[in-house]
Ligand binder design. Structure first.
Ligand code: UT7
Length: 332
């Protein structure tokens, strides 16, 4: 049976390191508060204006192709997951295809926030198993630093997010046992306004006004406690569901690669699943929350470090704005 294999993974983060102390110089926060509540020590911001998620994705895709042993020119479809697209339209995938020199290659942008990589994985898996495409570049890329309120009013959100991109090259495999076993995703829009940006909005005339800017509707707004509550309930629930329906026990998991939103959330998820800490990937201390990029970025680093290797069974889980959430089981 043809399955979808992760053939290679790559990542790229901008070189500008922004520590918690750097943020504390801009607004009222502290290294102690941020580390205690989230586990974040630093994050990366783009070095200068003019760098978008598609730009960050270029080196990530090139690295993923190298790891997969393919040429960039072999990519026959792009899926770009982002909540911070380069422009309102067209999608970042179109820009990326152009930067990579892939005219005519289809590019699909998806807007599933922190669960974007898992939603994209489900789409790519279906495409590949039905024989539609053979080399799909599944990208998660974000530039958050230009869209957060770096002031006292925005501090609850501003300390959490960082910029980065990562890519998985997916393709068919006949290798026994290898590949994507399952992807389960969910959404519940009753929580849409718990973590969102209200404006600009096509439902308002005009879409943006000075008043809306003054009312801070252009910045992300989050009910942190509510998001935390949902994340710690839904991530273990969906992870268990994927394990159960595939007859996989927790002991069979080699590595949990969770979305990196808050170290405390991921420790809680691991504890609920009864997974030992050495089987959980954390890199939030270095990058903060990179949303759609966070799972492939964590996987790429784990593979680079030799923590995740061919034959390993990887459990991925995410929760984010939407609300959206999901989990996947993949044998590398
Ligand atoms: O991918 C999904 C994205 N988001 C998440 O997963 C976020 C989930 N939520 C969380 O991770 C946590 O709710 C946060 C880390 C965001 C906040 O932690 P918390 O323990 O829920 O803190 P809080 O919002 O209840 O705030 C506690 C205090 C407040 O002060 P008072 O009212 O107790 O005087 C805040 O004003 O901390 C204050 N505070 C800050 N202090 C220093 C809020 N943000 C900051 C800050 N620095 N950056």
């Amino acid at each position: 049976m043809t399955r979808t294999a992760i053939l290679g993974v790559g990542h790229y983060v901008p070189s500008k390191v922004v520590t918690n102390d750097d943020l504390a110089k801009m607004f009222d926060t502290s290294d102690e508060w941020i580390q205690q509540r989230t586990g974040i020590k630093e994050r990366r911001f783009i070095e200068e204006e003019g760098i978008g998620p598609a730009d960050l994705a270029v080196p990530a895709v090139k690295m993923a192709c190298e790891k997969a042993g393919i040429e960039v020119s072999e990519i026959d479809a792009i899926i770009f997951a982002t909540l911070s697209p380069d422009h309102e339209f067209p999608g970042s995938g179109c820009f990326l295809g152009d930067y990579l020199g892939l005219p005519g290659v289809p590019a699909l942008d998806i807007r599933n926030q922190c669960s974007g990589f898992l939603y994209g994985l489900q789409i790519a898996d279906a495409w590949i198993r039905c024989g539609m495409y053979e080399r799909v570049a599944l990208v998660g890329g974000e530039v958050h630093s230009t869209g957060i309120d770096l002031s006292d009013e925005g501090r609850d959100v501003a300390v959490l997010f960082g910029d980065g991109a990562a890519c998985a090259i997916l393709g068919p495999t006949e290798e026994e046992g290898r590949g994507v076993m399952d992807v389960e995703v969910h959404a519940d829009g009753s929580g849409a306004k718990e973590l969102w940006i209200e404006a600009p909005a096509s439902k308002y005339i005009p879409r943006i006004t000075h008043e809306m800017i003054d009312q801070r509707k252009v910045w992300p707004a989050m009910n942190g406690k509510q998001v935390f509550r949902w994340a710690t309930s839904k991530m273990p629930e969906v992870a268990r569901s994927v394990l159960e329906r595939n007859g996989v026990g927790v002991a069979d998991i080699d590595l949990l690669v969770p979305h990196q939103a808050n170290r405390r959330i991921n420790e809680f998820v691991a504890q609920k699943l009864e997974l030992p800490t050495e089987k959980v990937v954390h890199n939030i201390h270095k990058y903060g929350n990179t949303t759609a990029a966070s799972i492939p970025l964590a996987l790429s680093e784990a593979m680079q470090e030799g923590r995740a290797k061919k034959g390993d069974l990887i459990l991925m889980a995410a929760f984010g704005s939407g609300f959206t959430w999901g989990a996947s089981l993949v044998r590398l």
